[in-house]
Design a protein around this ligand. Structure first.
Ligand code: MRU
Length: 343
């Protein structure tokens, strides 16, 4: 078993195949950047913060395996690997953040290729360690917003499996539970890849936190029946005007506002992209077969048009607060943040 969702183990990167959970626990041992890229593309690993760490470790594999004779040659190999990684999934900004951080480190360092390779592996490990620390702080700050007896609705999987460890939205829930708040969770199944049904319920059950699974289209009913006290979700990218997260998040946010239910977003600063607006972001469009088929059986008429965006855009006016490792950001702090980035 792994201690974290992703680990550097002497020149290999180990992780768990999330497409096989909860029925099977398959550990993947990746030895090259291409293998990590393929694991990301096929969603064996997923979740924004995990993608940031995975991209960094993928570049660490390039550095570790390199036979480059000079620092310049190794940097050029890293740049080629970065291009491969950037083409895997377009929406979660953490992936690009992880790549940029490693390239910046590489370009800013001196010494020979061997010394550079060593420092790249070190930097990737640092990124992973920082993610765990950030998640624990998010959990601590976010738990202040949770009251004893609350029923917290969450969407997709923003747990330990979506991060290096602990989780963002599930980190908040975990921290509150661990510190004695008797809460319950409602997890949406999260069509189409069912991250809520397969991963969130698995994580919560493992921790003994009571969870009720619903389909995505039961959110309105649950809120109308006053079964939900608060919503906490993760994010793939927080831009100047919106939060971009798993498809279905926007619907939940609108329903929450209509019912007067606080809607919180938990995300580390590596998910913030305040130089951009939602219109600048590429929303990943996935294969039509994910919509027309269930378990490889066709359920829809042949030859029809299909839309399959993996993420949606929730304007900030629907967000009560963003919980990050520096604390809780309310509306006026968002505005300050935006102003800071404007100049
Ligand atoms: O398509 P996925 O499974 O990578 O989407 C994941 C999400 O939308 C999560 O909510 C988000 O990455 C935050 S994870 C801490």
């Amino acid at each position: 078993m792994l201690k974290r969702t992703i680990e550097w183990q002497n020149g290999t990167v180990a992780t768990i195949d999330q497409t096989r959970l909860p029925n099977e626990t398959i550990i993947l041992k990746m030895k090259s950047c291409e293998e990590v890229a393929d694991t990301i593309r096929t969603m064996k690993i997923r979740g924004a913060p995990l993608l940031g760490a995975a991209a960094a470790f993928a570049l660490a594999l390039t550095a570790h395996n390199s036979k480059a004779k000079s620092r310049e040659q190794l940097i050029s190999e890293l740049e080629k690997s970065a291009e491969i990684l950037k083409r895997t999934r377009p929406t979660a900004v953490n992936l690009f953040w992880g790549i940029d951080r490693i390239l910046t480190k590489a370009k800013g360092s001196s010494g020979n290729a061997k010394a550079l390779a060593f420092s790249i592996v070190e930097e990737a490990q640092k990124i992973a360690d920082e993610d765990v620390r950030a998640n624990r702080l998010i959990g601590k700050y976010g738990a202040e917003l949770i009251d004893d007896g609350d029923v917290v609705l969450t969407h997709c999987n923003a747990g330990a499996l979506a991060t290096v460890d602990y989780g963002t939205a599930l980190g908040v829930i975990r921290f509150a539970w661990k510190h004695g708040k008797r809460i319950r969770v409602i997890a949406t199944e999260t069509r189409l890849k069912l991250q809520g049904a397969r991963l969130t319920t698995y994580e919560l059950k493992r921790d003994g936190i009571p969870v009720t699974l619903i389909t995505d289209n039961m959110v309105g009913y649950s809120m109308h029946k006053r079964l939900v006290s608060k919503v906490v979700v993760g994010a793939d990218r927080i831009v100047r005007d919106a939060v971009i997260n798993k498809i279905g998040t926007f619907t939940i946010a609108v329903l929450a506002k209509e019912h007067g239910i606080p809607f919180y977003v938990a995300a580390p600063k590596s998910t913030f992209d305040l130089k951009h607006k939602s219109a600048d972001v590429i929303i990943e469009e996935r294969k039509p077969e994910e919509v027309t088929h269930i378990n490889s059986s066709r359920i829809a008429a042949e030859g029809i048009e299909v839309m399959n965006p993996a993420f949606d855009i929730t304007p900030l006016k629907y967000v009560t607060a963003i919980i990050c490792e520096s604390g809780i950001l309310y509306k006026k702090e968002f505005d300050k943040f935006k102003a800071d980035y404007h100049n």
